[in-house]
Design a protein around this ligand. Structure first.
Ligand code: ATP
Length: 233
């Protein structure tokens, strides 16, 4: 279980998160939705140790992780796919995936791990020797997710995987995310595309101006009049 308790995060004197409370239980697929600048990326960056909270506590499997280094948090099993996909553009698909495995101590099962990623993303298999910078936007997003999976995370944090992609490819990626979740990886999905995100997740949080405004079951929020008006129309 991942647990954020009363988290405040500041950038200099600007407060980006205000007493954020959020939990993601093992096996769940949860979304955090909100408009531009609401604090979604900052929440993920706080979890993965990139922005230290000024107040509050983040716990993972009963242990306080908010004081740990980002590299230790990855090793505990939390992988972060940042916004904007930062793949290694000059390396091939295979080389990018291999980089994702470096974080792990064992390198014995690399072949099996490639096969697992390729079975989730057949498009990457077809393009395994292609230079990553020449992939389409959707394929690059798949590669960023595949690379994170090579670290064998228990929790996957995804920052706007739908950004800049056509609806059909977004559908394809979200359906793969559902598969990844069914195979046992817990997912926290940050999205501006509220409609898609609420349709694939179990629970949702809505963040506004750094504060959690609403939380509930995704299928209930899809029907909520206020949510419809503010995020779905
Ligand atoms: P987006 O979808 O645009 O990425 P977001 O919901 O992810 O939005 P954040 O990136 O978390 O929002 O930003 C939350 C607030 O913190 C915003 O007001 C933003 O301007 C501010 N902020 C984010 N990063 C920095 C930074 N490096 N320095 C100063 N302020 C920042």
């Amino acid at each position: 279980m991942l647990e954020l308790k009363n988290i405040d995060v500041f950038y200099d004197n600007i407060q980006a998160l205000k007493e954020v409370n959020l939990t993601v239980g093992e096996g769940e697929m949860v979304t955090l939705i909100g408009a531009n600048g609401a604090g979604k990326s900052t929440t993920l960056r706080a979890i993965s140790g990139l922005n230290k909270p000024k107040k509050g506590e983040i716990k993972f499997k009963g242990r306080v992780i908010s004081s740990l280094k980002a590299s230790d948090i990855v090793r505990m099993g939390i992988s972060h796919v940042p916004e904007g996909r930062r793949i290694f553009a000059n390396m091939t698909v295979m080389e990018n995936l291999e980089m994702g495995a470096y974080i792990r101590g064992d390198r014995g099962n690399l072949k099996r791990d490639y096969d697992e990623v390729f079975s989730l993303f057949p498009r990457l298999k077809e393009r395994k020797n292609q230079i990553a910078g020449t992939l389409s936007g959707g394929e690059q997003q798949m590669l960023a997710i595949g690379r994170a999976l090579m670290a064998k995370p228990k929790y996957l944090l995804l920052d706007e995987p739908s950004m800049g992609l056509a609806p059909l490819i977004v559908k394809e990626i979200f359906s793969i995310l559902e598969n990844i979740n069914k195979l046992g990886t817990t997912i926290l999905l940050v999205e501006q595309n509220a409609n898609m995100a609420l349709n694939v997740t179990d629970r949702a949080y809505i963040i506004k101006n750094g504060k959690i405004e609403l939380e509930g079951r995704s299928k209930d929020l899809l029907k909520d009049e206020k949510v419809k008006k503010a995020y779905l129309e």
